[in-house]
Design a protein around this ligand. Structure first.
Ligand SMILES: [Zn+2]
Length: 277
């Protein structure tokens, strides 16, 4: 039996019965160029998981990374958080479009390079899910994203340093302007100390940074275990976190620190990035 022939026939049949749709613009695969994403293994991700993103939407998010800060921590993102990015990440995390990890990792690679060029090399630490939520969801999306992007960016990934010891309510359900997000994640993380010979410089990576409360809670746990958190990275940064790259460099160098909870980092009125529409 010619297996590849049957596999391609099966793929063609599946495409007719359940066509793959771009999670951002709704275009159907076959009608436009498609994003292949970063290849290779990642925990819980299989080669047959469809990527669900067209090349046009991927390219719109893979331009010049934007810079920002969560309190004293410089952060870089692929783009400003938008309703479409939130929808795509929701399809990836909650609606079974697991293969989106591959094109999203492709989008994250230039962000990691920009952050390392500005704030120095560091090992990547994915923001972990609580074990209970990972079992419920069946996979850890940030671990997948960082495993793929770290390998493509030639940066080490350390997934055994940080744990989420307490299940927290989803941050998306918390008011972004109130103190609920800080309370929700306070003390939620724990970290092991550095081992002899291990570089203490780390970078925290999440999918979206809205207030940065989760990132800062994780950074505090790492710092108290003896690590240096040098920077953070995500696919999307909320407008309130954006800075120009000079200001972000200044934060990265330890100057011009934004006070905790400061909202004096408003974005330019015209927006810095073109969002996918
Ligand atoms: Zn698209």
């Amino acid at each position: 039996m010619n297996l590849p022939h049957w596999q391609s026939l099966g793929a063609a049949l599946l495409d007719v019965l359940a066509p793959e749709i771009c999670a951002a613009c709704g275009e159907r695969r076959g009608r436009t160029a498609w994003a292949a994403g970063v290849a290779g293994p990642a925990p819980g991700l299989r080669s047959w998981h469809a990527t669900h993103l067209c090349a046009r939407c991927r390219d719109a998010w893979r331009q010049e990374p934007c810079a920002g800060a969560c309190a004293h921590l410089p952060v870089w993102g692929a783009c400003r958080e938008s309703a479409i990015l939130v929808t795509v990440i929701g399809a990836w995390k909650y609606r079974g479009a697991r293969g989106l990890a591959r094109p999203l990792a492709e989008i994250l690679v230039p962000v990691l390079h920009a952050a390392a060029a500005a704030a120095g090399p560091a090992a990547l630490v994915p923001l972990p899910l609580h074990a209970g939520r990972r079992r419920q969801r069946g996979f850890d999306q940030t671990l997948q994203l960082v495993s793929l992007a770290g390998r493509a960016a030639a940066m080490p990934v350390c997934a055994d340093i940080l744990v989420r010891r307490r299940a927290t309510r989803q941050q998306a359900s918390q008011d972004v302007t109130g103190p609920g997000r800080e309370r929700n994640v306070a003390g939620a993380f724990a970290a092991r100390p550095p081992r002899p010979g291990e570089s203490p410089r780390l970078a925290l990576v999440d999918d979206l940074l809205t207030t940065g409360a989760t990132l800062l809670a994780a950074a505090a746990a790492l710092a108290s275990a003896g690590w240096q958190v040098a920077w953070g990275a995500a696919l999307g940064l909320a407008a309130r976190l954006l800075l120009d790259s000079g200001e972000a460099l200044s934060v990265a160098c330890g100057h011009g620190l934004a006070p905790a909870g400061s909202t004096a980092t408003a974005p330019p009125a015209d927006g810095r990035r073109q969002e996918v529409t």
